[in-house]
Ligand binder design. Structure first.
Ligand SMILES: [Zn+2]
Length: 59
């Protein structure tokens, strides 16, 4: 069972979804307005996957 919260997108500032995936211990933050995506390990806090269109381009 996943927990979903409304949060603010750090990329565009609009509303985004924060989803805790209990099966795999990851936290997904995704924004439907700008396709922002951040996947964190909820145990270690490490970034598993990230995609930030527009303002923040990290290489
Ligand atoms: Zn966004």
């Amino acid at each position: 069972m996943n927990c979903e919260y409304e949060t603010t997108c750090p990329n565009c500032g609009r509303s985004a979804q924060r989803i805790f995936v209990r099966d795999s211990n990851v936290v997904r933050t995704q924004c439907s307005s700008c396709d922002y995506l951040l996947v964190l390990c909820s145990e270690t806090g490490r970034v598993i996957e990230t995609y930030s269109p527009g303002m923040y381009v990290v290489r």
